[in-house]
Design a binder for this molecule. Structure first.
Ligand SMILES: C[S@@+](CC[C@H](N)C(=O)[O-])C[C@H]1O[C@@H](n2cnc3c(N)ncnc32)[C@H](O)[C@@H]1O
Length: 301
């Protein structure tokens, strides 16, 4: 609110709490921060009370400590996907350390099914600089991604999977990170109201087994990856065997890395066929074939 404008914060908190908002104080503070006038605050509170996600109401989400612009209707980045960023960052760091001689041209990262572009942006923060491309099929999402990645020189692209990616990047991308939709169609109805009512089905519906978009994405990925490049996708624990099969069917080496604090969030790594395993795979994580190690890493070659 503008300086000098008074509001009854306790009343806002009470209304939010009565509407079922668990973190009513925090939400009230966020709504207060987003409104310029008492009238605007009233309309933001009203939207929140009828169940619109807080992030859509205030226009931004926190992802990995970064405020990310998110418009109404666009997928709100989930904290669980910060695991994908952590794994991607360690892969980029390993790659840089292993490169002998150091690469002459810059690193290229593609955030596919990018939504707001939160993953690519957060990765740039911890493992940049690199050339960042963020692509999505939803024009609303691409508009958000364009806003979010522009400050780090990123480019947002609109289209189906790799269709909008510039042809000159074929065979040159070092890392593809993709949090594609992976909810099986049959369980979409079980999602929380906020997701069902306020996020695009395109962002959630992964087809019969939840991996329909992953299947196309992983099949095409090797054509776009540089030698020693990697593709990284997020799946649920029960999708790991099927996801690893898609990776191997595409001729890549697969590895599954569950999130340390949430075993149901798993990063699937696909390494380019020309990738030398000994170059970059952490020794503690290297296993032969489709076996689960004490560290919870599952690989299939
Ligand atoms: C689960 S959301 C994830 C968004 C973002 N990566 C994140 O984690 O916040 C999936 C995204 O994939 C996009 N998407 C779905 N099918 C796609 C396709 N065939 N090509 C490109 N993007 C697609 C949706 O529009 C949505 O933004």
């Amino acid at each position: 609110l503008r300086p000098g404008v008074a509001v009854d914060l306790d009343r806002v908190v009470a209304r939010l709490r009565a509407a079922g908002c668990v973190r009513a104080e925090d939400e009230a503070a966020a709504l207060l921060g987003a409104a310029r006038t008492p009238g605007e605050l009233e309309s933001l509170v009203a939207r929140r009370i009828v169940g619109e996600p807080l992030e859509h109401v205030v226009g931004w989400a926190d992802f990995a400590g970064i405020p990310v612009h998110v418009a109404a209707g666009v997928f709100v980045p989930r904290h669980r996907s910060e695991h994908l960023v952590d794994v991607a960052a360690s892969l980029l760091h390993e790659r840089t350390a292993a490169a002998r001689p150091p690469p002459r041209s810059g690193t290229i990262v593609l955030d596919l099914c990018a939504g707001t572009g939160a993953l690519g942006l957060a990765l740039h923060r911890v493992a940049g600089p690199f050339d960042l491309y963020a692509a999505d099929l939803d024009p609303l999402a691409v508009a958000c991604a364009a806003d979010n990645v522009a400050p780090v020189g990123g480019v947002a692209l609109l289209g189906d999977l790799f269709d909008p990616v510039p042809a000159q990047l074929r065979g040159r991308i070092d890392l593809i990170v993709a949090n594609a939709p992976y909810v099986p169609t049959s369980v979409l109805d079980l999602l929380p109201h906020e997701a069902r009512e306020h996020e695009s089905p395109l962002a959630l519906d992964g087809g019969p087994d939840g991996l329909a978009v992953h299947a196309r994405l992983l099949a095409e990925a090797p054509d776009w990856l540089a030698a020693r490049g990697v593709v990284l996708v997020e799946v649920a624990e029960d999708q790991v065997p099927a996801a690893l099969s898609l990776v191997t069917a595409a001729g890549m080496t697969g590895q599954a890395v569950p999130a340390p604090d949430d075993p149901d969030t798993v990063a699937i790594i696909g390494r380019h066929p020309n990738h030398s395993a000994s170059e970059t795979r952490p020794a503690a994580e290297a296993t032969s074939t489709a076996e689960r190690t004490p560290t919870g890493v599952c690989t299939r070659e």
